[in-house]
Ligand binder design. Structure first.
Ligand SMILES: C[S@@+](CC[C@H](N)C(=O)[O-])C[C@H]1O[C@@H](n2cnc3c(N)ncnc32)[C@H](O)[C@@H]1O
Length: 211
């Protein structure tokens, strides 16, 4: 039973991962809050999105903690974000509800608790499909990112694997305008026919275009 591992503290929903670790999200303070205030500095993701005259419709197939989704929204786009994990979804949804008083752009967010494979066809008109698969790195590397390590543990509790690369492969066979895949800088691409790459120090964006 996972339901009895949720609890509220200071009005924030938490999940008990084990006897010493808890997970919760908050978009109203901390580093990410400050990053959102300086969204114009998000050069890499802006380059990956490319030139556009209107706000775009983005389908985020790997919602996670919605950090990337928030950047897209803050840049003025409309986002459907999909997260398979019920635990992550409930924690992040709680954080989104609390953040609504601060951010008007959340009106442009649709957040779904589903496997992307099951819903992606409903959003085939999206301008951009975005994928940020879990990094299958060494335990040492994972340790560097506390939140990612906790997300990994949560997925283990729910016995969920990251199937987003399969969703990506299926999508590539269909019609789409643009797919953006976020990858660790030195990792293999999900597919080699990339149209262009935007590279940072530790991550890169592989961009696939069809028409
Ligand atoms: C690296 S995290 C994404 C982090 C996210 N970009 C962020 O800004 O927080 C990958 C997430 O994708 C989710 N995921 C993987 N495969 C999925 C699928 N087929 N459908 C929905 N979510 C999936 C995992 O549960 C995990 O939370």
């Amino acid at each position: 039973m996972i339901n009895n591992r949720f609890f509220y503290q200071d009005g924030i929903l938490h999940f008990k991962i084990n006897s010493s670790q808890f997970l919760s999200f908050d978009f109203l303070e901390g580093n990410f809050f400050h990053r959102l205030q300086k969204v114009e500095q998000e050069i890499l993701i802006k380059k990956a999105i490319g030139k556009h005259s209107n706000a775009l419709k983005i389908f985020d197939a790997t919602g996670g903690s919605l950090v990337d989704t928030f950047i897209f929204l803050r840049l003025g786009h409309e986002v459907v974000a999909c997260e398979q994990s019920k635990i992550l979804f409930m924690l992040v949804k709680d954080a989104v509800e609390r953040a609504k008083k601060e951010y008007d752009f959340l009106e442009k967010l649709t957040f779904l608790n589903a496997n992307s494979a099951d819903v992606i066809n409903r959003f085939s008109e999206s301008d951009i499909f975005y994928f940020d698969p879990m990094f299958a790195g060494t335990k040492k590397k994972l340790k560097r990112s506390g939140v990612l390590q906790k997300i990994t543990k949560v997925l283990e509790i729910e016995k969920l694997g990251d199937t987003s690369s399969c969703v990506f492969s299926d999508l590539r066979k269909k019609n789409y305008k643009k797919i953006i895949v976020k990858r660790p800088i030195k990792s293999e691409p999900l597919h080699h026919q990339i149209n262009y790459q935007v590279k940072g120090k530790s991550v890169r964006y592989d961009v696939y275009k069809k028409h």
